[in-house]
Design a protein around this ligand. Structure first.
Ligand SMILES: [Zn+2]
Length: 373
């Protein structure tokens, strides 16, 4: 999932998904026009808007602290966390691998809701301390909302449907009982999907009975939950099926490469139309110096094809666009998803030993799934 990079904490890249801007606006708006006017009718609309924006901003920070707590525990348990992407009502901490045992999973899963509960308590104490002073009403109103929203975050995340924290707790318990992560994930994800449907139906019911804003939020959350449950299961199944499979087992050798001095028009004529691959390694003598993809060819204006060479159009070789033959297939797939490249060179000591496509990996996945492995 692509996001906008914000900053780094604990060595983790914090990013926000593009949807966050829309969601931020919607939250600020629904607070300023719904929640705060209903609870603090004596305040001016501009005060409601200030509270709305601050409320949305501190909600963002609360979600971030929740996610960071998960990541902090995960790191202490020996799992690497590279990035946290924040979006609607939560985030996705991108663990590079699944927890090794159910006990670790349980600790990581419970950390987030616990931090939200602690935040709720802190905001509630501050709310009680300020609620009696009339000139602090703007602050106490905000603090009261933050106590409420953090409590809601804790409760929402404890819903027992995977990939929510509660679903992870359920998965860990079931995993401990059966010893099968796959089976535990399937069940937790199935429950997650049904809870998603339930929340959508509840939201529709509310919309029909006049609670437009509340109902609208429930429908969005329900849809989000349903697809996240599906996606989370898919991820686990992919990782399981590709476990222990190495890049060199799936790559094709007998690589067709191109020299950097080749003109683009010759490249198109003699390679793209003749061999039908979308990416070629560019070789200078024995060494790979770059790759050229169809996307880059299309970036060169057609009337310059007879002047420009592969060297001018190619992507110079770097770590992100090459693979190690002894590397894991699942990491190769992740690299392809991250870079958006469907075909990457497999390189050993600067020499290309093969090429691997997303299709090569997905075919194996399909076969394994069909065989019911
Ligand atoms: Zn969480």
């Amino acid at each position: 999932m692509k996001g906008i990079k914000l900053f780094r904490v604990l060595g983790i890249q914090i990013s926000i998904n593009y949807t966050w801007f829309i969601v931020f606006g919607l939250i600020a708006w629904s607070l300023a026009s719904g929640y705060f006017p209903a609870h603090y009718p004596g305040l001016s609309p501009s005060a409601h808007w200030i509270m709305g924006f601050l409320g949305a901003f501190f909600l963002f920070l609360s979600v971030l602290i929740h996610e960071l707590t998960h990541s902090y525990i995960a790191q202490r348990e020996g799992m690497e966390v590279k990035e946290i992407t924040l979006f609607i009502f939560g985030g996705v901490s991108q663990l590079t691998k699944e927890p090794e045992d159910s006990k670790k999973e349980l600790k990581v899963a419970l950390g987030g809701p616990l931090s939200s509960l602690v935040l709720a308590l802190i905001f509630w104490i501050l709310f009680r301390a300020t609620v009696r002073s009339p000139h602090l009403i703007l602050f106490s109103g905000l603090l009261g909302y933050l106590a409420f929203i953090n409590l809601s975050l804790a409760i929402f995340n404890l819903i027992p449907g995977f990939p929510l924290d509660g679903g992870r707790v359920l998965r860990a318990l079931y995993w401990r009982k059966t010893g099968s992560l796959k089976k535990a994930t399937q069940i937790a994800s199935e429950i997650g999907k049904w809870i998603g449907v339930g929340i959508i139906l509840l939201g529709l019911f509310w919309i029909l009975t006049g609670n437009l804003i509340g109902g609208f939020w429930f429908v969005i959350i329900g849809i989000f939950l349903r697809s996240a449950a599906e996606w989370g299961l898919q991820q686990v199944l992919t990782k399981r099926a590709l476990e222990g499979v190495q890049v060199k087992e799936l790559m094709s050798s007998g690589v067709i490469s191109v020299p950097p001095s080749l003109r683009i028009d010759q490249l198109v004529e003699n390679f793209y139309l003749a061999h039908k691959h979308i990416t070629y390694p560019v070789m200078e003598g024995e060494r790979i110096i770059g790759i050229i993809t169809l996307k880059q060819v299309k970036e060169v204006p057609r009337n310059q094809w007879v002047e420009k060479t592969v060297r001018e159009g190619m992507m110079p070789i770097r770590e992100e666009i090459m693979l190690d033959p002894d590397g894991e297939a699942v990491d190769a797939l992740q690299k392809m998803i991250r870079t958006g490249e469907g075909r990457l060179p497999v390189v050993k000591d600067g020499k290309v030993v093969g090429m691997i496509t997303r299709r090569d990996i997905l075919n194996l996945l399909e076969i394994k799934t069909d065989l019911g492995e």
